[in-house]
Every structure is written in structure tokens, then in C-alpha cells.
Ligand binder design. Sequence first.
Ligand code: ZN
Length: 306
Amino acid sequence: MLWQRTLKSSIQCTGVGVHTNQRVAMTLKPAAPNTGIVFRRIDLGARAPEIKAVHANVVDSRLCTVIGAGPRARIGTIEHLMAAFAGLGIDNAIIDIDGDEVPVMDGSAAPFVFLVECAGIMAQAAPRRAIKVLKPVVIADGDRRVSVRPAAEFSLDCRIAYAHPMLGEQRVVFHPNPGAFRAELARARTFCLEEDVARMRAAGLAKGGSLDNAVVIGKNRVLNDGGFRYKDECVRHKALDCLGDLYLAGAPILGAIESERAGHALNHRLLAALLGDTTAWCDVILDGDSHGPVELELERSRAAIA
Ligand SMILES: [Zn+2]
């Protein structure tokens, strides 16, 4: 049996939203078994509206993943934090936030992994559930495609293709091996092309974007000091986004995901199609042999300490 997990203690950070450029404070807190990942907009009065991070609450997925409850209570750019929870196998957490966008930090999931590990991870007395895929589901839009098919474990095969000399075709295949998320995906940052920066600024987008929180790719060089963190950092970031988006299923998915040039919108269409068809999946309890994108290394190191 695998047990649900939450944080051992609360931990806070501050930062700016990449789209709004607003400074926000965010506190990650432990939560009871079967709570899921729940955001609370603590700036919206004493009865802070709660927004559970599940697919049914996605209200926008054009630039980033936004969840909402009612007209005012929205929280954007949740995907990198959700990827950290997925990658570290956190089932339950409360996130108190005093603004409408999760801080972008360095544009990757690594600062959130650091926060969660500083707070500590605790097993809970409730079995971990997962969504077992029973039949293939495919979403395509032109040359973009994302699919899931039945498999004993979670895996993610992600590809991108850009007609750009610094990018070209890239592919990463992610399996939840020990330490895999931290080593292979967590540090991959959001990226954009230098030629798009002025256009985005003119449209009032990415107001908080900078070389501190995104890789900016020029014609034949990376503008950031130090260049790429991984040779194929861009496809790794796409995989990180996909992992975070799919965690809005409400549980890890036991299935093989393939993503080709897909983004947030397609990821959410896949979740809608999968979860909307009750013959395409079933709930299962995870035993020790089947696992979602959990870092087993942590389980082992904690077992060794105990
Ligand atoms: Zn991203």
C-alpha cells in the first residue's frame, strides 16, 4: 500500500506573478487526508474563497493554467507548483495566497521542490488513490496532439518541434524513477523567443517576465547568463507543464501520456475527455508495485531514517 502524503509543516514564500507582475505571498500548509490540493484567496475577505485544484475548476488555459470559483476568485499559473506536488507525490495541501497568480519564482518547479522539502513530507493514514486508464484517449488540433493509453505505470513522452536553430526537434521521456523529477524536469524553466518578447509586452502579457524567470532565446544564443540548464531545457519544461496540468485529474494517472507540441489548452482537453468518459478510467488504490509520478527515493530515505 502507498499512503497519502502531505507537508510536515507550513512554509512561506513571496514573489511576483509572471503575467500580472503583482507581488504575492504564498504559504504551503499541511492538509488532512483526502483534502487534495486546495488554494485559498486570503486577500478576498475573512471567508477566503477555496478553489480546489481539479480539472472541473479550470477557467482558462490559453497562456497558463487558471482555476477559479465565482467571478473574483481566480488563481493563475498554478502549473509549476502542481508539477512539484505531482513529482514529489504530495496528495494533500492548502495553499494560502494573497493575490491571483502563483509567484513565478525562477520559472521552473525547483523553488517549489525546495520549499516542500524544507517543510518536510509526511505519510498519512489513508491509502493513495490513482486514476487507472482503461482505454486510449487522443486529442489532436492540427499538428498538436496529446494522448493517454493504458499502462501499468505513469510515463510521459514529450516532443516539441520549432523551426528555430536553437530549438529544432526535442524529445524527453519521463518515467517516475527514484529522483527522476528533481533531476530531469524540476529545474527546466519557462522559455520564450526574443522575437516574441516585444509583441507580448505590447499586448500587456508577461508583465512580470524577465531573464530571472524565463529563458529568452535569441536567433543563435540564449540571452540568460549561463545559457540553458539542460541542453534540451525547453522540451523538459513542456513535460513539467504537462505533469502539472495532468495532476488536476485529482490523483496520479496510471497511463502512458504522449505529447507532441501540446500546451495547457490541449492538456486540459485531454483531461476533460478522459474524465468525462466513465468507461475510460477507474479509481484504484496504489499498492507498492504501482505508483504515479512519485519520487520513491524519498520514501526509501525516510524509511531508512525511521
Ligand atoms: Zn510552464
